[in-house]
Each structure stands twice: as structure tokens, then as C-alpha cells.
Design a protein around this ligand. Structure first.
Ligand code: NAD
Length: 262
């Protein structure tokens, strides 16, 4: 059998980029997946690509909305009869300096990533505890949760919030067999809506490279001289959820080709 046969996953922000790659990998390994995203059309298209309603359903859910988050968890129960793997991936980056950041910017970043992942983890944890089957919660945090970079204060602060949620929930849910871990990607340019939607242009201007060269620019400053792709983040999710890492919780895995270690 496939390593994740019969497992049921909820991936937020999975209509695009890293989330879509994670949903695709989990489905390829045998999981059924709920693709929850702000963008219904793209969520449904992503689910259809994975093979239709036996394997994946696409739903609209804004992670900042308690009722919509509950509906996303309920969708896993209704469509597939349970929940085993929860991926807090939904996110955005406004990429602004301290002086540019408005209160509305601050609130949006924190609502989507800090409050959003809290709401998802809480709704999911109720089910995971009740099922008594353990499970995995994975936060797609960021290298920026630990390392300072310019022009990204609200984003980085909320990623640090997510990193601490990982530690706190690992402590609180461990006795139920629920592992809680994080992944710290960096420089995933290709396929990322965040990069395509303005962050890429701003970063390219900061580094003085053409936007279409940004992936290569990030690659050359890594230890491995490799560009990080959405699939590389999905590989780390697979390792956390499907491998023999049964005794690992509260950890953050960098997926940055070595930037954080440099
Ligand atoms: P992306 O824009 O391709 O994907 C983000 C998805 O989240 C989109 O489909 C978007 O519609 C969805 N989303 C945004 N707000 C939402 C909300 N309120 N409710 C539900 N869905 C919402 O970007 P990506 O690069 O794939 O980013 C995915 C995650 O990875 C984010 O949390 C991001 O911070 C993190 N990350 C990305 C990088 C990178 O280099 N791309 C690096 C570190 C961390």
C-alpha cells in the first residue's frame, strides 16, 4: 500500500504554490485531501486535477473566519470520514518596512497567519483528540520566523507567532499522539502567488536583479546552489507525516537549500 493510504488531510491555501504541491504529494501517497482556499474556483480546479471527489474536494474557506474554518474541518469528516493530517499553509506577504506598515496591514498579516492557523489547529485538534488516532499538524512557517530580513516586519512577526504555536501545541497535544511540526521554506519563487503578486518585484528591486532572475539569484546564495521549489516543501511534509519520524514533535525543518545555515 502507499505510505499514506487511507489518511485524510486538510491543506489550507492549497489552490496555489506550496499548498497545491503539498496536496498533490499527499494525494499521490494515498491520502484524501480537502483543498481549502479563499479562491473557490482555483480550489475546485486543483481538486479536479488530483482525480476528483474520491481523492480531493476543493472548498472556499477564509482561515480568518471561525465558521468557515469549522466548515473546512467538517468537509473532511463529511467527504472522507475523518481527519489525520492538517497543514497550516494559507498565507500572504505585504512585504513592507516598519514605516510603510499600516495598522490594517499588521492586522491582515496576523489575522491570516497567526489567528488563521490558531483557528484551524483548534478546530482540527478537537477532532484529532476525539478520534484517538493521533495525527499530524504541520505549519508552513518561514525562515523569516527566525532570521530578520528587511521590509517584512508584519509578515515575519506573524511567522514567529506560528513557530511558537508549533512548540505550544506540540506540548499540549503530545499526550494525544498528535505531532506538531513546522517547515521553514525560503526563496520558493516558482509557482508562488506571493512572489507573482508583488513580493517578487519588490525583492528583485531590493537585490538589484531582474524579477525573472530572482529564482536564480536566491539559488546562488544558498549553500547547495539550488532553487527551492514547492515540491521540495511537500517532500518535507511527506517525511514528517509518512516516515518513521514517529518521535519528532515541536521541530522546524528548514527547506531553504541551506540559507539559514550559511
Ligand atoms: P501562494 O500565494 O501561491 O499560496 C498561498 C495561498 O493561500 C493562495 O492560494 C491564497 O489564495 C491562500 N490564502 C491567502 N489568504 C487566505 C485566507 N485568508 N484563507 C484561506 N486561504 C488564503 O504562496 P506560497 O508561496 O505558496 O505560500 C504558501 C505559504 O508558504 C505561506 O504561508 C507563505 O508565507 C509560506 N512561505 C512561502 C515562502 C516562499 O518562498 N514562497 C517562504 C516561506 C514561507
Amino acid at each position: 500500500p502507499k505510505p499514506l493510504a487511507g489518511r485524510i488531510a486538510l491543506v489550507t491555501g492549497a489552490a496555489s504554490g506550496i499548498g497545491k504541491a503539498i496536496a498533490t504529494r499527499l494525494a499521490a501517497e494515498g491520502s484524501c485531501v480537502v483543498i481549502a482556499d479563499l479562491d473557490l474556483e482555483k480550489a475546485q480546479a486543483a481538486a479536479a486535477e488530483l482525480g476528483g471527489t474520491d481523492v480531493a474536494v476543493g472548498i472556499q474557506a477564509n482561515v480568518t473566519d471561525e465558521a468557515q474554518v469549522q466548515a473546512a474541518v467538517d468537509a473532511a469528516l463529511l467527504a472522507f470520514g475523518g481527519l489525520d493530517i492538517v497543514i497550516n499553509n494559507a498565507g500572504l506577504s505585504l512585504s513592507k518596512s516598519l514605516l510603510e506598515t499600516t495598522v490594517a496591514d499588521w492586522d491582515l498579516q496576523h489575522n491570516v497567519m497567526a489567528k488563521g492557523s490558531f483557528l484551524v489547529s483548534r478546530a482540527a485538534a478537537r477532532v484529532l483528540i476525539d478520534q484517538k488516532l493521533g495525527g499530524d499538524i504541520v505549519y508552513i512557517s518561514s525562515k523569516n520566523s527566525v532570521f530578520a530580513g528587511p521590509n517584512n516586519i508584519a509578515y515575519s512577526a506573524t511567522k514567529a507567532d506560528q513557530a511558537h504555536q508549533v512548540r505550544l501545541l506540540a506540548a499540549e497535544l503530545g499526550e494525544y499522539g498528535v505531532k506538531v511540526n513546522g517547515i521553514n521554506p525560503d526563496g520558493v519563487v516558482r509557482g508562488s502567488g506571493i512572489f507573482a503578486g508583488g513580493w517578487g518585484a519588490k525583492r528583485a528591486a531590493v537585490y538589484g536583479v531582474p524579477e525573472e532572475e530572482l529564482g536564480k539569484y536566491y539559488a546562488q546564495r544558498t549553500l547547495l546552489k539550488r532553487e527551492v521549489l514547492p515540491e521540495n516543501v511537500a517532500n518535507a511534509v511527506f517525511v514528517l507525516c509518512a516516515s518513521d519520524l514517529s518521535h519528532t514533535t515541536g521541530l522546524h525543518i528548514p527547506v531553504d537549500a541551506g540559507v539559514a545555515a550559511a
